[in-house]
Ligand binder design. Sequence first.
Ligand code: GLC
Length: 601
Amino acid sequence: MSQGALRILLKKILVSFLLGLGLCVGQSPATRPQTAQSPTTQSKAAQPKAKAVKPQPSDWWKHAVFYEIYPRSFADSNGDGLGDLNGINSKLGYLKELGVDAIWITPCFPSPQVDFGYDVSNYEDIDPTYGSLSDFDQMRKEAQQDHIRVILDFVLNHTSDQNEWFIDSRSSRTSKHRDWYIWRDGKGPNQPPNNWVALFGGSAWQFDGKTKQYYYHYFYPQQPDLNWRNPAVKDAMFDVTRWWYNRGVAGFRLDAVDTLFEDPNLRDNPVLPGKNVYGDPNMVNQYNIKLPEVHDVLKGLRQVADKYDAVLVGETATDNIDQLKQYYGDQGNELQMPMDLMFMKVNDLSPPKFRTQIAAVNAAEGWPVYVIGNHDLVRSYNRYGDGKHNDAIAKVMAGLYLTLRGTPIMYYGEEIGMQNNDPKFKKDVKDPIGKLGWPHEKGRDGERTPMQWNGTPNAGFTTGIPWLPIPASYKTHNVASELKDPNSILVFYKHLLALRHTNRALLDGDYLALNQDDPNVMSYLRRYKDEAVLVVLNMSGQPQMVHFDLAPQGFASPQARTLLTTMPEMQGGATLSDISLTPFSVYIGEVMKQAAEQKQQ
Ligand code: GLC
């Protein structure tokens, strides 16, 4: 064997060895774990006597800004009116400039698209709508060059009814995959096994004529629930995560984790008075969500993730902090990033409500995860906006969730003030829950409209016909125009994200609530050792005066040095004893231990 061939062989052995350890994948050089082998030590590592170094998972996700992309709506590269992976690839430069460190792409796997990708028919491929596996690899590689990690959406509660596992499962009562799903006899003719209703309407049980049993689905009938009590299901799904990690994926957002297990005895849920928007009886989901067994699955998934220095983000629909706390795991050994969706549901610009929620999450002893919008909820621009000052309010909300202690997850378009565009007529609705629940429930189309890139027709999203109509506001709220306007929401986001990436107190400081009785102005300190940043947010439509004495917190200087503000008159700095705030304004300033003149003495 020639020397060159020997070197190639050694390198191949080394790469597969490192891949086995979870190194070499999806990590930017800046944040690669300390234990990774540098290229110069490669030949040593390949020698049989070299001691394998166990990689320690890092905390890269704590300093990262995440950005959710709904691929169908982000950027269309081929003019079919639907976004795709090459479209995402073409916008990586924008995301890098914005200050994004990780993108979470909602499902882009093969799917009949009944629930727009949340019905997966094959977990190890890409839906042709979005491109191919090689497009994915290319996009992931280019993202890595821009120091952007790629997180995928893992739909683990259910598959599509077109998944080959389910096709086999429903084929006969003795099929190999029968027990991969939840099949039961009805209570009698036309009577499902119990009273559970699906989140998306109707009974949660679907009768299948071929084998004369019912199967269970928490969501649509085309989304049969997997049976997580079957070890084969667990093995297959864990393997899916490994398969993507080995392709360079840096983690997963775990879809609907609350729903993985059901009561084995299928007890009826308690019924409440009244009906929901679909006309089904209201009930407490006592026996079909948040069963304790989910924590064993999460611990197992975390062990796999840790081998690859990957992050697990959870769609954790919790009602209280105790439930949220459990998702971190008793030893911090489950999800690193369970989303605090309760924060997102504070639908008022209310300092007292935000303070309460933030204090509770900080007390949960895990790393907080803040989100103000996603593909299932009316956009934050509309939920917090008052209809007149929405741009200013969008900056106030950014000033809040991007300066808190924790990791923020942005939703595409939030940074330009995209607004909901709900369908006007039932015939236009794409989301099945909108068709079923019309007119009370209009579905989720409104928050999933195409990204607004510029002021040209179709907002520069596609050269074809966009799959959802774009709101008229795209003419003013689009990337190209906002980049040119120093007072735009987008430019504010860019400054804020740049600050958050470089300011030690914003990165690692603790959170100290200030002026806690103020009903209009939310203020707090982010403090790291001798450094601190004061954040002041006027959440009201009236001017406000606020007063601070930060000596008890160790910052006696009466002045703050402005880092970022929406008030031009405050650019020069602020006197802490009297800060005058215009309606819906943001002030972020650095505070000091002692006054500059005292320092010189
Ligand atoms: C999650 C997704 C939602 C989807 C549902 C079913 O809640 O965010 O979009 O419809 O799961 O998979």
